[in-house]
Design a protein around this ligand. Structure first.
Ligand code: HEM
Length: 477
C-alpha cells in the first residue's frame, strides 16, 4: 500500500464515516422532529394560540371553541403552542390510557411554576418513583377500606353540623360556597385531624387564587398575596406538626387515631418523611380537594334541580335508606354502598361538567404515538372532554342521563379523576363527601335555583359565576 492509500484509510475514511453517521443521525432526528409531527398550527413565536386557549377557557368553552374545531380540522391529535410551550393535545380513551399510564416512563406531570411554588416542591405532585410511592401509600392507607369505615361517621357529623350552622334558619345561600366550607372542614378535621380555626379558609383561598396566576412578585399581585398567605399557613402548620410530633414521641398521644396527619408524623418519626413533606402535602391535599369537590357537588345539585324525574328517583333511594335507620343514627359504609343511583347522578354530572378539564404532561423521551412523533420536552395535554363528549363512548353525549352508568364504561373513557399512577388519591373521599352531603340535604331540605341559567366560568378551574345561590325550605316531616 503506498503512502496516499495509507493516509486515505487511516484518516479520511474514519472521518467520512463519522461525518456520515452524524449526518444520518441528524436527519433521523429532523425526521422525528418535523416530518411526523402531528398536524396543527403553532401560531406566532411564544404566543402561539395562547389567547385562543385562555379566551375559550374563561367562557368555559374550551371544548367547543378550542378543542373541537381543531379536532375537526386536524384529527384527534393536534399540535399547538400555549404559553411558549409546543403542545400536543390528545383526545380519546386510547390516548388517555397511553399517556396517563406512561407517567414517569414517557411523560411526567407538568405544573406552572406558580403552582409548584405555592404547593411546595415536596408535595406529591412533584414526586416521582419511590418518593411518590411512599407518599401515595400513606395517603392511600387513610382512604383504604378500614379508613373509610372510620371516616363515614365523622363525615356524617361534619355534614349535620354544617347544615345546622349554615343552612338552618336561612332562606337563601350560596350552594357553591357552602360546599367549599364543608369540604374544607372535612379535609382538615375528618381526614387530617386538624381543627379548623377562624380565618383559615380565607387564608387558604388566597393561596389557591395564586396557584394558576403568573409567578410575578410585585406587591399586590395575586401571586404575591398567595405567597404571603402560604407563609402564614406554613407557620401555623409547623406549630401543629411539631406539637403533635412531641406528644407522639413522649407517648402522650399514640398516633393511633387513624388520621392522616398522625400517619404522616409517624413516618417523620421513623425518618421516612421530612417535615417539609408533611407541610407541603397538607397544603396540596386541601388544594386538590377544594374547588374540585365543591364544583362536583354544585353541578350535581344543578342537574337534580333541572331533572325532576332524576331527583324523585334519587330521593326515593335516600328515603329507603332512612327508613331502615333509627332517628339520629349515622350512616354506615353499607348505607353508602346502597346509594347507587345517587353516584350515577354525580358521575353523570362530572361527565358533563368535569371539575378538572384535563392536565398537562411533559414528554421526557421522544414519543412515537399513532404514527406521529412528539419531541422530548414538548407538552402533552389530555382532556376529559375528548372522551366525555364523544358519541363513540357515550351515546347522545350532551344529554343528562345517569342511567348510562348502569352499563360499564370503556376503560379511560370516563376520566374526571384522571388515571394511571397519578389517578386522584382522594377519589374515595370525594365520593363520600358528595354522597353524604346529598343524603342529608335531600332528606332535610327542598331547594330551588335562584338563577337556573347561571353561567359557568373557568379560572382555570370551573365554578358557577354567581356562586350558585339557592332558596332553601326545611322539610317538615
Ligand atoms: C370531585 C372531586 C375531585 C376530582 C374531580 C379530582 C380530580 C383529580 C384528577 C383529574 C387528578 C389527576 C391530575 C393529573 O393527572 O394531573 C387528581 C389528582 C389528585 N387528587 Fe383529586 N380530585 C378530586 C378530589 C380530591 C380529594 C378530595 C383529594 C384529597 C383530599 C384529592 C387528592 C388528589 C391528589 C393527592 C392527587 C395527586 C395524585 C398524584 O400525583 O399521585 N382529590 N385529582
Amino acid at each position: 500500500m503506498d503512502l496516499a492509500c495509507f493516509v486515505l484509510w487511516v484518516f479520511f475514511f474514519p472521518i467520512a464515516a463519522v461525518v456520515s453517521f452524524n449526518f444520518l443521525r441528524h436527519k433521523k432526528r429532523c425526521n422525528r422532529n418535523h416530518k411526523k409531527l402531528p398536524p396543527g398550527e403553532m401560531g406566532l413565536p411564544w404566543i402561539g394560540e395562547t389567547m385562543e386557549f385562555f379566551n375559550a377557557q374563561k367562557r368555559n368553552q374550551l371544548f367547543e371553541e378550542f378543542v373541537q374545531p381543531r379536532i375537526r380540522k386536524h384529527g384527534k391529535i393536534f399540535k399547538t403552542r400555549i404559553m411558549g410551550s409546543p403542545t400536543v393535545v390528545v383526545n380519546g380513551a386510547e390516548a388517555n390510557r397511553f399517556f396517563l399510564s406512561n407517567e414517569f416512563k414517557l411523560v411526567k406531570s407538568s405544573w406552572p411554576s406558580s403552582s409548584v411554588e405555592l404547593m411546595g416542591r415536596e408535595s406529591i405532585m412533584e414526586k416521582e418513583g419511590e418518593r411518590h410511592r411512599v407518599l401515595r401509600g400513606v395517603i392511600g392507607t387513610s382512604l383504604g377500606y378500614a379508613g373509610l369505615e372510620v371516616l363515614v361517621p365523622k363525615m356524617c357529623n361534619s355534614v349535620q353540623l354544617h347544615l345546622a350552622s349554615n343552612w338552618h334558619g336561612q332562606e337563601r345561600l350560596s350552594l357553591y360556597w357552602s360546599a367549599k366550607v364543608l369540604t374544607f372542614s372535612i379535609v382538615f378535621e375528618c381526614l387530617l385531624g386538624i381543627n379548623v380555626e377562624p380565618g383559615m379558609l380565607d387564608t387558604f383561598e388566597r393561596v389557591l387564587e395564586g396557584v394558576f396566576s403568573p409567578a410575578v412578585m410585585f406587591p399586590g399581585s395575586k401571586f404575591w398575596r398567595a405567597k404571603k398567605a402560604r407563609k402564614e399557613i406554613e407557620k401555623m402548620l409547623v406549630n401543629v406538626v411539631r406539637e403533635k410530633r412531641k406528644k407522639m414521641e413522649e407517648n402522650l398521644e399514640r398516633g393511633e387515631d387513624g388520621m392522616l396527619l398522625s400517619r404522616l408524623i409517624a413516618g417523620m418519626i421513623q425518618g421516612e418523611i421530612s417535615e417539609q413533606e408533611v407541610i407541603d402535602n397538607v397544603v396540596l391535599l386541601v388544594f386538590a380537594a377544594h374547588d374540585t369537590s365543591s364544583f362536583a357537588i354544585a353541578m350535581t345539585f344543578k342537574m337534580l334541580a333541572q331533572h325532576s324525574d332524576c331527583y324523585n328517583k334519587l330521593l326515593q333511594e335516600h328515603v329507603d335508606i332512612m327508613s331502615s335507620k333509627r332517628w339520629g343514627e349515622n350512616l354506615t359504609l353499607e348505607d353508602i354502598k346502597k346509594m347507587k343511583y345517587t353516584w350515577q347522578v354525580a358521575r353523570e354530572s362530572m361527565r358533563l361538567f368535569p371539575p378538572i378539564f384535563g392536565s398537562f404532561r411533559k414528554a421526557i423521551a421522544y414519543i412515537d404515538y399513532e404514527g406521529f412523533s412528539i419531541p422530548k420536552g414538548w407538552k402533552v395535554l389530555w382532556t376529559a372532554y375528548g372522551t366525555h363528549y364523544n358519541e363513540e363512548y357515550f351515546k347522545d353525549p350532551m344529554s343528562f342521563n345517569p342511567n348510562r352508568f348502569e352499563d360499564s364504561v370503556p376503560p379511560y373513557a370516563f376520566v374526571p379523576f384522571g388515571g394511571g399512577p397519578r389517578v386522584c388519591a382522594g377519589y374515595q373521599l370525594a365520593k363520600l363527601n358528595i354522597l353524604i352531603f346529598v343524603h342529608y340535604v335531600v332528606t332535610q331540605y327542598d331547594w330551588s335555583l335562584l338563577h337556573p341559567d347561571e353561567p359557568i366560568t373557568m379560572d382555570p378551574l370551573p365554578f358557577p359565576s354567581l356562586g350558585m345561590p339557592i332558596r332553601v325550605f326545611p322539610k317538615h316531616s
